[in-house]
Design a binder for this molecule. Sequence first.
Ligand code: SF4
Length: 116
Amino acid sequence: MIHMYCTECPNECYLSVEGNQENLEIRGHKCPNGLKFAREEVTCPKRVLTSTVFFRDEDNEGLLPVRTDRPVPLSRQEELMGIINQICVQHSVKRGDVIVRGIGGLEADLIASASI
Ligand code: SF4
């Protein structure tokens, strides 16, 4: 049996998950979102990926904090880091600007977490 807290809302229900991928028994959820959350955690866990990319313009150079605008599969994060490590931003950006649209072919965009 696996235990986890549902992080879909502030209630943070304590979930118990038993069984296999085809037949999961989930308990402790107060709404259907908990079922979806637990199923995803067991079959394809996702997290928002945070990192930094290089930036360089005429006056400055350094690191720009970035993140995906939605959770991405943990199984893809090493591959996505390979893409992120190749990026060098060469113009000013505002927090929330898209740095890479659909990173790695996913629906998630890589966005700036700060302005430079
Ligand atoms: S199961 Fe529903 S009520 Fe409970 S934390 Fe998840 S989203 Fe919130």
